[in-house]
Design a protein around this ligand. Structure first.
Ligand code: NCD
Length: 310
């Protein structure tokens, strides 16, 4: 498997074997980190983080991952402090940043921006979210979290809840889950249904897919519920957002009808879709999910930099 120099733009670019390989490397790194505290595979290497959109977990876990690998980090958390403000193009920004770094992580509000960056750059580019399109590294850490919690992915009945139209995390995740023997419940308001082309692709790939607008009716079926935030910033019209705002809330009342073993995930940030009272229950997996970001992103950085062996 050739990883050195590879871009990570869409989960569609990866086979099941490649996905599982990243998860195995992440597991190995997590163990090594527990033993040694810090590692030095990426000593002397520089990661550039270019965030044209807000982020807490994705940016900080990439930074943490690079530091834990012994490398260093440059970058910006908002384009307003850069020459983009003066009218510099994305292509020129990328051609500049690659003179200073060995790998680039980019988040951008435009679909396709990460692909464009990868075409321009000679060094590897990792997509940390492009508009409503894709968020492949989140998907890898989601799969890692599921495997850790259940010991498997095959055989699970999984609900994706919330904004399935604009949510990039669920677009990437649904496509990756199609590699496994899962049943998927897509639970959303009518206005925020999963795009048709993704549902068709899932069905073509043999996934049993059910669509529903009711969390109450579907929750008893689920082994895992993946909750998402309504992506307010992606609505072309605030009136449309107001129609679906607060559509669902996972709280203790709703969870009464769930399996005792149900796990709840969320890429975070949450607004009001999961009541904080759920945090202390055995259902909550979302903070463990946050932790998975570090070993998984260490694996991706190490592999694309070519500093980790097979
Ligand atoms: C998600 C994102 O940016 O797409 N956050 C994340 O990376 N963990 C989810 C969201 O913003 O709702």
């Amino acid at each position: 498997m050739e990883w050195k120099g590879r871009d990570v733009i869409s989960i569609r670019d990866f086979s099941k074997e490649e996905i599982e390989f990243v998860l195995r490397v992440a597991e190995r790194l997590e163990e090594e980190l527990n033993e040694k505290g810090s590692l030095d595979y990426a000593r002397g290497k520089i990661l550039a983080t270019l965030f044209f959109e807000p982020s807490t977990r994705t940016r900080l876990s990439f930074e943490s991952a690079m530091h834990r690998l012994g490398g260093s980090v440059i970058g910006f958390a908002s384009a307003s402090s850069t020459s983009v403000k003066k009218g510099e193009s994305l292509a020129d920004t990328i051609k500049t940043v690659e003179q200073y770094s060995d790998v680039i992580v980019i988040r951008h509000p435009m679909e396709g921006a990460a692909r464009l960056a990868a075409e321009v750059a000679e060094i590897p580019v990792i997509n940390a979210g492009d508009g409503s399109n894709q968020h492949p590294t989140q998907t890898l850490l989601d799969l890692y979290t599921i495997k850790k919690a259940f010991g498997k992915i095959d055989g699970l009945t999984i609900g994706l809840l919330g904004d399935l139209k604009y949510g990039r995390t669920v677009h990437s995740l649904a496509e990756a889950l199609a590699f496994y023997e899962v049943e998927l419940y897509l639970i959303s308001p009518e206005l925020l249904r999963m795009p048709k082309h993704i549902i068709e692709e899932l069905r073509d790939r043999g996934v049993k897919v059910y669509e529903s607008t009711s969390l109450e009716e579907t929750i008893p079926e689920l082994d895992l519920l993946y909750v998402t935030r309504i992506q307010r910033e992606r609505f072309p019209d605030e009136q449309e957002y107001l129609k679906v705002k607060g559509s669902y809330q996972v709280n203790l009342e709703v969870l009464k009808n769930a399996k005792e073993t149900l796990k709840v995930m969320h890429p975070l940030p949450r607004v009001d879709e999961i009541h904080p009272e759920v945090d202390k229950t055995k259902h909550a997996l979302y903070f463990r999910q946050v932790f998975s970001g570090v070993p998984v992103r260490m694996a991706l950085l190490g592999l694309t930099l070519g500093v980790l062996g097979e």
